[in-house]
Design a protein around this ligand. Sequence first.
Ligand SMILES: *[C@@H]1O[C@H](CO)[C@@H](O)[C@H](O)[C@H]1NC(C)=O
Ligand SMILES: *[C@@H]1O[C@H](CO)[C@@H](O)[C@H](O)[C@H]1NC(C)=O
Ligand SMILES: *[C@@H]1O[C@H](CO)[C@@H](O)[C@H](O)[C@H]1NC(C)=O
Length: 396
Amino acid sequence: MKLGYIKAYVWLACVLVANVIVYTVVTLSRRPLSLQASGRAAFIGGHVRLWQPRDLRGLPLWELLMLSRDQLNKPMLQNTTAQLNLTLPGTCRESFHEASQSLADFSSYPGHLQAFVLSMHCRDYPLLVRPAEEEACPNGTQLLVAVKSQLANFDRRQAIRQTWGQTGQVGDVIVKTLFLLGRQDSGDGHPDLEALLELERQKNRDLLLWDFQDTFYNLSLKDILFLGWLRGHCPSAELIFLGDDDVFLRVDALVAYTGGLNAITRRGLFTGHVIRDAAPIHDCKHKYYIPKSFYQGTYPPYVGGGGILYSRDVATRLYEASCHLPLFPIDNIYLGICLRELGLVPQNHPGFWTFNMEAEGQEDLCAYKEFILVHHRTSQEIIRLWRSLHDPALAC
Ligand SMILES: *[C@@H]1O[C@H](CO)[C@@H](O)[C@H](O)[C@H]1NC(C)=O
Ligand SMILES: *[C@@H]1O[C@H](CO)[C@@H](O)[C@H](O)[C@H]1NC(C)=O
Ligand SMILES: *[C@@H]1O[C@H](CO)[C@@H](O)[C@H](O)[C@H]1NC(C)=O
């Protein structure tokens, strides 16, 4: 018994001494992090340097912002990004001018990307138009269909309302469609659609409109504003489809698919057409151009354009993850980044057809029966396809 105690004390003493030794070595070998680039030998003043300072000057902006976020939890990194004068403004009233100054090639960025960088710290935009709760989420809605549209695309919204976006019961699931909008101001050369908007709002009560400029590079913002809205609304909606206004969604096929899933799979759902191993396009003429000084490396797996189906559980977690992650200008990739942060991967579903079908495929209506989603359809094509698919003479 006594011997046992002594043994334990000796062990404890050894562990303590070992700790002190490790601490001493680490402290002596450590230098303050500097901005000096260095891949050189690891002997400084006779001590082994256990880690090398990183050259922050060469890092793309997005990665720097990630580092400055990490500073909060990792004291080792303290002051590193502060030395680059990169602090996100605390309010939406200020622009992120420090970024434009620290990016040598900022002036060569396309205008919409400059606008993105200058306001990428701001996510706080009020909801200007919203339906009453019982209209946004009638009768215990279980599937919420959120369509990203733009004010001027009135015809597309109307085509969706008349066809696949009809609100009501599909199978045994209650479905509600909402449209997500931002502003399109006359200052930016848009026609004044205020009166039309008011009419549409009164007639349909299915619009959510936030107070930000509805542009291509603000779509990530739209995604997270919607996720934020979802936290406080429509708790009965277990599943959410988020898509564009030029898709044809077969809600019946979607409901049939989700009905066959077990509870665990449903809860972890984030599915669509998955794209892997993509990398940023550094060609400045491309629609998805991302400058090297903004982001480098590869993209995490993400769900391509058209539409995504996810669960409320995943939506809540995505929202929480997004609060800690700098915005990214391409919406689908941003959601991929948020998923990666959560340690999740998107699941591919072959029924999400986000690229255009072959010309001959378009003629074959039975081929459409296989799909959940088809992308790049005009309003007229959506209505024709709907009619054809509901033609009793159609035999597949
Ligand atoms: C950061 O700002 C300080 C003071 O404005 C300036 O002296 C310093 O050179 C700046 N650092 C960089 C890397 O631009
Ligand atoms: C919701 O229920 C009410 C009353 O039961 C009914 O009048 C209304 O049409 C329903 N709305 C939808 C969208 O199903
Ligand atoms: C996004 O919206 C905000 C708020 O209206 C605006 O300041 C910013 O320039 C917009 N960004 C882009 C890329 O259009």
